[in-house]
Design a protein around this ligand. Structure first.
Ligand code: GAL
Length: 678
């Protein structure tokens, strides 16, 4: 049976003598590998001297892989410039905020606005595409590697010039720019465009509006380079699917725009295995990536078989967790499970990173697990035509992330990551699946939308959310939402800006709390809960108060409200409610009800439902260290074992079950089929 999923990893044969290649392909076949990423850091081997190219080794390698039925995800090598480049053109190296220039010596040490870099990158990509682009082994284009990973911001003069051009395009005139950035504050008014500089090292807080635009500009600058490479590759082979590997919640790049230009969205998922909540983070990562381009498939381009080299300590995956994490991605729609890397390096900064073929070779348990997963995935039936059953959406926006975490906020402890985890955790625990959406996209079809501290929101985005609720949707909005517009200028009046009609109250002040201080919250039925981190100071308006602060200076003020708006309703949460209170609130919301069967003791079991026209699959994954028994609908067939299941399924530690059911109701329209190779 041919594998419906991509399976493989980064393959760096340039690090090994030719004799090892033959062993590699034999092992790849044994492990069921059908795709490898080649050439991702091979610029020095492809162009050892400027303008002098060497493709012979690559032809040999592609022939070998093709003969063995192994496909290639051919990468452009532009993330690892060769030593000669910066010797010949020193200004390809980036400059930090204090004006210090980086040196060559690792990878990705690039100024993305440097004309020499752009020119040499275009040349090597063009040569590569023309020279080997038509080789039968090549199944996918892989552009660059983890854009902006090590140097998200460069502050050099090329960047300054490009930033000025960017601001000119965005604002049209200096007056508009001064207005947008509020430069009357602290005497920052510009009288000539040449005075505009990147947010370099300066004494006090940098202007947050300038900083926000620099983040937009820097994300765009990398994107322009991606588009340049994309155009070259597409010209050579328009038929090949194209991707670049994302990093999930990676702050510097606004991936929504990027994903629209990709045929398959791919991501590198490396949760810290010493974090007990890694399954939750990893699930959220998958959901985000799936949501970036809802018309395209997605895949895991990299994960580690066991340890990485850059967490501290580099905790290995526990037995079964590599498999469990792989099935989590498959459950959430992934079309491929790939690793960094195929063979563990002997030298270099990542020699102790685990790999599919470890230093110990076939004697390592990692190899055994890799082979077992490859076999299992190859035998897994085609899940294509099914989609995640997500009845709710999570709103997420990069500009909001950038602005919300600027240093001049009321509370430094308010981070987007914490807010997401706080609001996502009870849904994960309750087996409720969500899609991530940006505030500009249509929310039609979702029964509920969670709005995690959307501090920055434009009038248009606000209007979109209002019309969604007006038409019958439900919004759950957490505190510090609707505070500034896209320029980071405060909406005056009680806080909430365009979202005010959904808040049910007038937020007149905010009150960040000292670390460790807990507020007491009382629900209308007398039940008590707590809040922490932050409290809005609000006066009830047209909303119904569901819970109030019951002690201290805020006593009697509303903490949680519900407001009807058009045919829908909104819930507004004014502090960081404890887990149970939040779960209680979600319990009121259609689309966010936890699944009854997920109450303890089944905790630590992830449940994901995929539905199609004539079947549905329920994935169950046990992350706990002991057996878990889960109640399920009767009559499912576990596609991993072929066994028909009753109303209870026992999962061993790290156990996985995928239950297939004939769809009872004939199915519902698919938002987007997943699990398809492009
Ligand atoms: C990724 C990167 C790989 C490798 C890996 C190690 O971020 O793309 O090249 O460095 O991390 O975990």
């Amino acid at each position: 049976m041919s594998n419906h999923f991509y399976y493989g990893g980064d393959y760096n044969p340039e690090q090994w003598p030719r004799s090892v290649w033959d062993e590699d392909v034999g092992l790849m076949r044994e492990a069921g590998v059908n795709l490898v990423t080649v050439g991702v850091f091979a610029w020095a081997q492809l162009e050892p001297r400027e303008g002098s190219f060497s493709f012979g080794w690559l032809h040999d390698l592609l022939d070998l892989l093709a003969t063995n039925g192994i496909g290639v995800d051919l990468a452009t090598p532009t993330a690892a410039p060769p030593a000669w480049l910066s010797v010949r053109y020193p200004d390809v190296l980036p400059v930090d905020a204090a004006g210090a220039r980086y040196s060559h010596g690792s990878r990705q040490t690039i100024c993305i606005c440097s004309p020499a870099y752009l020119e040499r990158a275009r040349t090597v990509v063009t040569q590569l595409a023309n020279e080997v682009g038509h080789h039968e082994a090549i199944k996918m284009w892989h552009v660059h590697n983890e854009y902006a990973c090590h140097v998200p911001y460069c502050y050099c003069d090329y960047h300054a010039q490009a930033f000025r051009r960017w601001t000119e395009q965005r604002y049209g005139s200096l007056d508009n720019l001064n207005d947008a950035w509020g430069t009357a504050f602290w005497s920052q008014t510009y009288t000539d465009l040449s005075q505009v500089v990147p947010p370099r090292l300066t004494a006090a807080f940098v202007n947050p509006s300038l900083d926000l635009d620099y983040k937009r500009f820097s994300s765009d600058a990398y994107f322009q380079e991606f588009l340049m490479e994309r155009a070259v590759l597409k010209q050579a082979r328009p038929d090949l699917p194209l991707t670049t590997n994302f990093m999930g919640f990676f702050k510097p790049l606004d991936y929504f725009g990027w994903a629209a230009q990709m045929d398959i969205v791919s991501t590198d998922n490396y949760p810290d295995m010493s974090d007990p909540e890694w399954p939750v983070r990893s699930a959220m990562h998958c959901d985000l990536v799936r949501g970036l381009n809802k018309a395209a498939p997605w895949m895991v381009m990299e994960q580690t078989p066991s340890r990485v080299t850059w967490h501290n300590p580099n905790v290995p995956k526990r037995p079964g967790h590599m498999r469990a994490m792989s099935y989590q991605a498959v459950a959430r729609g992934a079309s491929g499970i790939m690793f960094f890397q195929w063979r563990a390096s002997r030298t270099g900064a990542e020699k102790f990173h685990s790999a599919m073929v470890p230093h110990a070779g076939k004697g390592s348990p990692v190899w055994t697990d890799v082979v077992a997963l490859g076999k299992e995935l190859a035998s897994l039936e085609d899940l294509a035509g099914t989609a995640i059953d997500a009845k709710a959406a999570f709103l997420f926006s990069w500009p909001n992330w950038w602005a919300l975490e600027a240093p001049s906020q009321p509370a430094g402890g308010l981070t987007v990551d914490d807010q997401l985890m706080w609001l996502y955790r009870p849904l994960f625990a309750g087996g409720v699946n969500v899609d991530f959406c940006q505030p500009d996209e249509s929310l039609e079809g979702y029964r509920a939308v969670v709005v995690p501290s959307l501090y920055l929101i434009s009038e248009e985005q606000g209007a979109k959310l209002l019309s969604y609720v007006e038409a019958g949707g439900t919004a759950i909005i957490s505190f510090w939402s609707g505070i500034v517009d896209e320029r980071d200028s405060v909406y005056l009046g009680p806080y909430g800006g365009p979202l005010r009609p959904l808040l049910g109250c007038d937020v007149v002040e905010v009150s960040p709390l000292p670390v460790g201080q807990v507020l007491e919250v009382q629900w209308e039925d007398g039940e008590r809960g707590t809040g922490e981190l932050w409290a809005h100071v609000a006066t009830q308006r047209d909303g119904q108060v569901l819970a109030r602060y019951s002690r201290g200076p805020l006593s009697g003020r509303p903490a949680v409200l519900q407001t009807g708006y058009g045919k829908g309703r909104a819930y507004y949460i004014g502090c960081r409610l404890d887990h149970d209170s939040l779960a209680r609130l979600y319990g009121l919301v259609p689309g966010l009800h936890a699944r009854a069967t997920m109450a303890p003791p089944e905790g630590h079991v992830e449940r994901v439902l995929r539905v199609g026209r004539d079947k549905r699959y329920e994935f169950l994954i046990n992350y706990s260290g002991s057996e878990r028994v889960v109640e399920v609908a009767e009559g499912g067939t576990d596609v991993l074992t072929g066994r028909i299941t009753g109303s209870r399924v026992a999962l061993e530690p790290a156990g996985v079950a995928i239950l297939r059911y004939p769809h009872p109701s004939g199915g519902r329209p698919l938002r987007r089929p997943q699990g398809l190779k492009p």
